[in-house]
Design a protein around this ligand. Sequence first.
Ligand code: GLA
Length: 385
Amino acid sequence: MTADGAADQAATWFGGCYGAEPEGVWHAPGRVNLIGEHTDYNEGFVLPFALSQGVRAAASRRGDGLLELRSRQAPDEPATMPLSRLVPGSVTGWAAYPAGAAWALTEAGLAIGGASIAIDADLERGAALSSSAALECATALALTELHGLSVPRPELAELARRAENEFAGIPTGIMDQSASLLCQAGHALLLDCRSGESSDVPFDLPAAGLVLLVVDTRVRHALADGRYAARRRACEEAARVLGVRALRDVTDDPGALDRIADPVLRRRARHVVTENRRVLATVRLLRAGDIAGCGPLLSASHRSLRDDFDISWPQADAAVDAAVSAGALGARMTGGGFGGSAIALVPVDRTDGMASTVRAAFAEARYREPEIRGAQPSTGAERVS
Ligand code: GLA
């Protein structure tokens, strides 16, 4: 669907819910993380890009202080509550993310008022493409712009993250909300998760004759199930053992990790330390115009996530192996792990062959049929109508 078509569809859904036209429609994209996994909460580096798919929030102000939420993807789960009564834990399910965004804005002292919001999305939930961050960001942008507030994007990303961490109760880092709000078309976003500094890194796939395929393995992950939090705790423990503020601080000394006696903790830390290096190496190659050269770094990232960080899953490993055997330059799981999607960097002329090889591998292993599509680095969140 075109961007205009998607905006119209959201406006029509709003009309069906509230019997009026929305004052505006805001789009916030999902993301693919090219490289830099589980580095954000270790104050390291990430390199995501925005997808063309995302979440639309069609919205209008209302004068009674109520926040009314509807989702076309969950029509049977509407939610209405006074803005003034929002507290963490007071809303559950899909509505916790937009309600959390409203809560975070009010907590920050921003004078938003009530609103009616109708959500529409073309982003699968649980595919590790940041549907929840897109939901938070679309809502946060809609609420601020509706009420005439201009909040710098990095600050808005922080508030959207508070929605996720404190309101929905999921201890993620800052990557997904930053990607959704800051990315530029044709570029990936290098984000230093310690300083908050970011820069756009050229990522022109068509010019390089390459395609980035996203393989949704159809295994659903939930960051809320505790394993993500367990990895985060392990990283914090490793940093404590090493006497550093965060694993970001472990850089040049190759023997540094030997000071971690526990072998599992050592492997967890090794992933983060080596992954930060891979992000910076990828950025150097992209800035030199060598996208193809990034392939081996993607594959090395996957091995590290599989063997050291232990968050891959059989379908992701199968997708990566099949992709590489069919001529992908590199492939890896993407996102928080334990389910969701893998990505593969593929020469244009190998795309069809690679997709059929992955499908055949899944069929042979009796896995659910994967969904495979190309991703284009797209623009960050914006008003679309
Ligand atoms: C999820 C989280 C991010 C990040 C990734 C792993 O997407 O929301 O903050 O930690 O997992 O890189």
